[in-house]
Design a binder for this molecule. Structure first.
Ligand SMILES: [Zn+2]
Ligand SMILES: [Zn+2]
Length: 991
């Protein structure tokens, strides 16, 4: 049998199948477009995947941002954009090097024993074996990225860009070497990054030292300033003592000097607001060479930095008599000497947060060392300008302020790392003239003195340097020649070629960056700075100068929220509340997990992930699955009697209003027809099949008009919501349409029209039978049309389920390779509001009738007569919809009355009253209780409305339509109150 779907929805089976299919068929590959096709501006929709670390595993944060990106990319692709989502991984210098180092340690060796070259080769080997794990997870989750363009930040192509950027910045005088505080491991004898430092609480001491105040002549005044320290040996490198400028205790010491104990150096008292008045004595020693905060303070006050330790953590010559001692014996001697001189004011027990080397557990020594820097201000200025001029916008908007705050206080960027894994700095030190040669091609001699005694810098670049260049480097920069020879900024170095630059022209600037706030500065700001700096020099495709607006790496930045646990707690390993997305996917399916995240995702709102919700969305998927099975069953039955849905009518947007008008005039030309039969709303005018030319009723049945109008309204809202990153609104709109309008209402109503088997009573004329048949075909066509369109609407959110069902709709003969390559539904400009309102009334009538049945105690299966009292204007609507109402409310006969027969339990709305006629007499006490409750509810509602309408300040502030709505609501409630009161009065008295 065609359309053969398994009885139960099993996400694991269909998801594995389609995930593999999408990759194999390269469905989301976006090849380099031809130069001509690129000219149409704004057609591309490009997103760069924030490259996960090559060592990474997918976590809930990835799952959220990838879901958000995939929804947008699928939606834009289906909406006709040249969509490209570009994947790759980051070499993650520190994390990867550490991982391989641990492996070496477990094998009884070290990276030093292996040597640099062999070690780097070993890391590559690791990367080749395990580096693709996180992307494999993405493949299984169906991310619609272009796998043909997958990159790695150490690929040759990207490494060329890194080198070019470094050399160019150096040529521009924007790269220099300077002193900087690093975490130094005296055992490993290397600087290590913050990520490699493990902090542990440790019992120690706080030593309080007295520094004598001296007068202008350098003589002791007899006064002292006390400072506290956990590392007394660093006092050898003190260059000042800092106090808060507003600290009353020290105001008389402004401008004075102190004598550094044991060393004898005269040091100034400096005023700095960074000093906390409440901590310790309010005076702090300043040791720029051994503390990052002191270093910053020293910079602010132009103080010298005195490094008192060597690479092994021994006191050096700057430490005078203590030179040669290890830092800990030196500490003992210093404390003893201070005590002897009466300069030790006290020793307190103190719990320290001490940094240890992650590898050897040695206590890390913050220490000044020589590093490479980018002079950031010129880059930062442009990066500020592009945001100020709105060439880049942030969602949520508040991050723009955060961005500016950071950019205003930006410091030069230290880009060197003492690692082996990464892009090695292309600089050579000359042993003869001591100068540095920076070059695009490895040099053989010093550029300054010609000496061959040159050695390459051992440092590598900060990982963020290469990831900051991604928006330009992934599209081929700088490896394309400028079209206009000599154009400003054209690549001038080696490695240049006149390779096709169509990728850059087509996809740069990218459209959107979706990322977390935690890397706003590490990554987002760096991409803006580097992207604008280098792209501005690339002329446009026609050779004209690129504007600043077109130099940005992306037009929009969307900062996604955090995924928390169900209790809104942050997920953390220590709390043990970390959810593994892969585990949840295995349990409920990718589609349900995606839908859960989407249904809660909106700008700036954290997500409390609750699997109960995911279970609910799995049920949603199941509901759609069952709807498909019902639909296919009917399609197959219809086929048995020669009724088929023409696949040509599928794939667009079912439209009703315009065609209806044309059709109605055309229909009238048909002859010999009598029956009232619905029209096919979707056919082209003038292409009517004979059996359709029957009706003199110009309209399709209400439910057809209504479901089409609902579909349009849904499409309009979903498209608008996605434009504004309101994934939550988009998801709930589709959910309500599919579950509520389509499954709960439309499917129930359409069963009436389908009404198989088809043998009518003998009395039916041929014309009547033909009419019925046409009605079935029309209903079936609408049903399939609506379902197919709804699948496309849902597709970006639940790509797997919709792919499976969409292929089934076309019975294995689809018009495209994937639903993802079809058109996204777009709403008509005008929506059939009459149908929406009319159906709302009919639905409300059915709901009230069902409630009346329940109150009257009518058994589920019994159909009973019902009375309806409704305004004359709606009378026709109810009469025309009587079949639908009777079926859905289980009413055997609908009696239109002027007023409900006394004694029947009446259900009322402002527009109508209904009651079921049921033999069982009313349970008077129960009825009285119900009405009394209703009356109390109405009275409460009226009182609340009166209170609000009587509140002057509310009336002054509230929009007019809100006030109007409230007044209308109050009037309606008064009407209901009257009706309920009358019904209560009409009840037989008790007793
Ligand atoms: Zn170490
Ligand atoms: Zn030289």
């Amino acid at each position: 049998m065609p359309h053969d779907l398994p009885k139960t929805y099993d996400p694991a089976i269909i998801e594995d199948h389609w995930a593999e299919y999408w990759v194999r068929e390269k469905l989301f590959a976006q090849p380099t477009p031809s130069a001509q096709s690129v000219e149409k501006d704004g057609q591309s929709y490009t997103i760069l995947l924030p490259p996960p670390n090559v060592t990474g595993r997918l976590h809930m944060g990835h799952m959220l941002n990838q879901t958000e990106m995939d929804i947008l990319v699928r939606w834009r692709r289906m909406s006709g954009r040249r969509a490209l989502w570009l994947p790759g991984t980051d070499h993650a210098g520190i994390a990867t090097q550490m991982m391989v180092e641990r492996q070496l340690v477990s094998e009884g060796t070290t990276r030093q024993q292996l040597g640099r070259e062999a070690f780097v080769e070993r890391v590559w080997e690791w990367k080749r074996h395990y580096g693709g794990a996180i992307l494999d997870q993405m493949k299984r989750l169906g991310a619609s990225v272009d796998w043909e363009r997958e990159y790695f930040t150490m690929d040759d192509k990207l490494s060329v860009a890194v080198r070019e950027a470094f050399v160019r910045l150096h040529e521009q005088g924007l790269i220099y070497r300077g002193a900087y505080i690093v975490n130094w491991c005296p055992r490993c004898q290397t600087a290590i990054s913050d990520l490699e430092v493990v902090h542990e609480e440790q019992k120690g001491h706080l030593w309080e030292i007295r520094y004598p105040v001296i007068d202008a002549a350098g003589k002791d005044t007899g006064e002292f300033v006390s400072v506290a320290t956990t590392r007394p040996e660093t006092m050898l490198g003190d260059v000042a003592v800092a106090i808060h400028p507003e600290d009353e205790r020290y105001k008389h010491l402004h401008g004075k000097k102190l004598r550094l104990p044991l060393v004898g150096r005269e040091i100034p008292i400096v005023l700095d607001e960074w000093v906390s008045r409440d901590f310790g004595t309010g005076a702090v020693k300043v040791t720029p060479a051994h503390d990052p905060n002191d270093f910053a303070l020293g910079e602010r006050h132009h103080l010298p930095s005195i490094n008192v330790m060597d690479d092994k953590g021994h006191i050096n010559a700057e430490g005078g008599v203590y030179a040669g001692l290890d830092r800990y014996p030196a500490r003992k001697r210093i404390v003893a000497d201070l005590e002897e001189q009466g300069l030790l004011a006290g020793i307190k027990d103190h719990v320290n947060n001490v940094g240890h080397c992650d590898r050897c557990k040695t206590v890390v020594e913050p220490r000044l060392s020589t590093q490479w820097f980018i002079k950031i201000q010129p880059l930062a200025d442009k990066a500020k300008q592009v945001v100020r001029e709105k060439h880049i916008t942030f969602t949520p908007e508040m991050y723009e302020k955060t961005y500016f705050e950071w950019m205003e206080n930006i410091h030069d960027w230290c880009i060197s790392r003492q690692l082996w894994w990464g892009h090695r700095i292309p600089a050579w030190h000359c042993a003869d003239c001591r100068k540095i040669t920076v070059a695009r091609v490895d040099p053989t001699a010093c550029a300054h003195c010609g000496s061959a005694k040159i050695t390459q810098e051992t440092d590598v670049l900060d990982t963020w340097f290469s990831s900051g260049l991604l928006p330009v480097s992934v599209f081929g920069w700088p490896n394309f020649g400028a079209k206009t020879p000599g154009a400003p900024g054209s690549a001038s170095g080696t490695g240049e070629s006149s390779e096709n630059r169509a990728d850059f022209d087509a996809f740069y600037p990218t459209s959107l960056l979706v990322t977390g706030f935690d890397i706003l500065f590490f990554w987002v700001a760096r991409m803006i700075m580097l992207g604008v700096w280098f792209a501005e020099g690339v002329p446009n495709a026609d050779g004209s100068k690129r504007t600043l607006a077109d130099s940005v790496p992306f037009r929009e930045v969307y900062i996604h929220a955090l995924v928390r646990d169900a209790n809104r707690e942050k997920m953390s390993k220590t709390k043990g509340n970390v959810l593994d997305p892969i585990e949840i996917v295995q349990q409920y399916g990718t589609d349900a997990v995606r839908f859960t995240l989407a249904s809660m995702a909106s700008p700036g709102t954290d997500i409390a992930f609750n699997v109960a919700r995911t279970e609910g969305y799995r049920a949603f998927a199941n509901k759609i699955w069952n709807a498909a099975r019902f639909l296919f069953m009917n399609v197959d039955r219809a086929a048995e009697i020669g009724i088929a849905v023409d696949p040509a009518v599928l794939g667009g947007m079912p439209a009703i209003p315009e065609t209806m008008v044309e059709r109605s005039s055309e229909s009238k030309k048909c002859q010999g027809t009598t029956s009232v039969v619905p029209q096919m709303p979707h056919s082209k005018p003038g292409a009517l099949a004979p059996e359709e030319c029957i009706s003199d009723l110009p309209t399709a049945p209400l439910e057809t008009r209504w479901i089409i109008a609902e579909l349009h309204a849904t499409a309009a809202k979903v498209n608008a919501s996605l434009e504004n990153y309101r994934y939550d609104d988009a998801a709930s709109t589709i959910y309500q349409f599919f579950w509520g309008s389509f499954c709960d209402w439309y499917l129930e109503i359409v069963k009436l029209r389908l009404d198989f088997p088809i043998d009518g009573p003998e009395s039916e004329s041929a014309a009547q039978q033909a009419a019925k048949s046409a009605g079935r075909k029309a209903a079936l066509t609408t049903l399939v049309q609506i379902f197919e369109t709804a699948l496309r609407l849902l597709s970006p959110f639940m790509p797997f389920l919709t792919e499976e069902l969409w292929h089934a709709v076309y019975d294995g003969n689809p018009p495209a390779k994937s639903i993802a390559l079809t058109q996204y539904p777009q709403a008509a400009k005008t929506i059939d509001n009459y149908a929406l309102n009319a159906m709302a009334l009919v639905q409300s009538l059915i709901v009230e009738l069902r409630a009346a049945r329940k109150d009257a105690g009518v058994p589920e299966k019994d159909a009973v007569p019902a009375e309806v009292r409704i305004d004359a204007t709606h009378m026709d609507l109810v009469t025309e919809s009587s079949a639908m109402i009777e079926r859905l409310a289980r009413v055997s006969e609908l009696r239109m009355v002027k007023s409900i027969t006394a004694g029947l339990s009446k259900h009322s709305t402002p527009s109508f009253d209904v009651a079921v006629v049921y033999e069982r007499t009313i349970d008077v006490p129960a009825e009285r209780e119900r009405l009394t409750k209703d009356i109390a509810k109405y009275e409460k509602g009226i009182a609340a409305a009166e209170r609000q309408l009587g509140n002057e300040s509310f009336l002054a502030k509230a929009p007019a339509n809100v006030v109007e709505g409230l007044k209308k609501q109050e009037a309606e409630t008064r009407l209901l109150l009257e009706k309920a009161q009358a019904a209560l009065d009409a009840l037989p008295k008790e007793g």
